[in-house]
Design a protein around this ligand. Structure first.
Ligand code: KG4
Ligand code: ZN
Length: 338
């Protein structure tokens, strides 16, 4: 007898993107993301404004996902949502909606760790996209995280190294802000960097033990470097913008890859993935793709790099298969660990 397909509604609202996705047996039927322009004027995410915007976006985004997937709400077998880490007010909107939906539709509720979601995005069924097998290493790089993670099963993840201060995405965003680039700075800096000379300026690397990272020193050294140059040439930034972006981007990617290579050596694991918003970075993708042919490299499709509900739906699917459901009393955990 043929089994009926499993349909999961995924909800992501941990930061400033409201997203809903519909997944049918591992394949994405819809992945709708509403970005929040309201933060642009402030040069960063304002938590209170983010939760208000989630409130406005959540129902239209879910409605659009259901329509685009060509299903009805009665076809949904379970709802999976991000329960942390993230901004508490933002998480509350997604979790409250999901609890109410599960209760009203009498379907299971599945909680998902946002960082698991980034990693498990690699298991979305896509044509011509091979999935990693266990064990593999994943460099998870986002606005809030920079970690080297060893994955031995869908939900068995061990952090081998991580940043002791700023995340890589934060470094991109903060340097972009110093250069007066619009928010969010990472993707803008990446675009300009592609037109510049990455070897024009050099910045020192941090000295951090083990497989850990640090990016706060880089931020400070870029700041002092700019201040010094502007003293002698007030137009220094305008005249050298592309080269500054390319040089900073190269430094961040160099730092990321040095530790990753050490982790590969230490673990002897040769399946390597990247995940999270910074995995959209062109330099990181290019450099990783040119890694030794001895390694198998997994680079997510662009739409699954930055925050999205497809990654939450696929994580929910694997939990659904294990009947790993949660309860109505569950509360979001803003500081949830991987
Ligand atoms: O995973 P994500 O969407 O949200 C978090 O969970 O934090 O990551 C957002 C981060 C931001 O810091 C953003 O500037 C950065 O990812 N980012 C990039 C690029 N695209 C997004 N950084 C560098 N180059 C990019 N192309
Ligand atoms: Zn994220």
């Amino acid at each position: 007898m043929q089994q009926s397909p499993i349909i999961i509604l995924g909800i992501e609202s941990s930061c400033d993107d409201t997203s809903a996705a519909i997944l049918k047996d591992g394949k994405i039927l819809a992945n709708i993301i509403a970005n929040q322009d309201v933060h642009e004027a402030y040069g960063g995410v304002v938590p209170e404004l983010a939760s208000r915007a989630h409130q406005q976006n959540i129902i239209p985004v879910v409605d659009k996902a259901i329509k685009q997937a060509g299903i009805t709400k009665d076809d949904i077998d379970a709802i999976a949502f991000t329960n942390g880490p993230g901004l508490m007010g933002s998480l509350l909107v997604g979790s409250s909606f999901s609890k109410a939906f599960a209760l009203a539709m009498d379907i299971p509720l599945v909680e998902v760790n946002h960082m698991h979601g980034h990693v498990l995005a690699h298991f979305i069924d896509e044509e011509n996209t091979p999935k990693p097998s266990f064990p593999f290493l994943c460099l998870t790089v986002s606005g809030g995280h920079t970690q080297i993670v060893k994955i031995t099963d869908y939900f068995k993840m061990e952090v081998l190294g991580e940043t002791i201060d700023d995340a890589a995405g934060e470094a991109f965003d903060k340097v972009a802000k110093m250069l007066s680039l619009p928010y969010p700075g990472g993707p803008v800096l990446d675009k300009l960097a592609q037109l510049g000379n990455p070897n024009k300026f050099t910045f020192t690397h941090p000295k951090v033990p083990d497989l850990n990272y640090s990016f706060s020193g880089l931020k400070t050294s870029v700041l002092y470097f700019l201040k010094k140059e502007i003293k002698t040439n007030p137009n220094f930034i305008e005249e050298n913008l592309n080269d500054i972006c390319a040089s900073v981007q190269k430094t961040i990617v160099d730092i990321l890859l040095i530790e990753l290579k050490k982790a590969i050596k230490q673990t002897d694991i040769q399946q390597i993935a990247i995940a999270g918003g910074v995995s959209a970075n062109s330099e990181l993708r290019k450099r990783l793709a040119s890694f030794s042919k001895d390694y198998q490299i997994y680079i997510p499709k662009m739409e699954y790099c930055t925050d999205n509900a497809a990654m939450i739906a696929i994580s929910g699917y694997y939990k659904y298969l294990e009947q790993d459901f949660t309860v109505q009393g569950i509360a979001p955990n803003a500081r949830m660990k991987i």
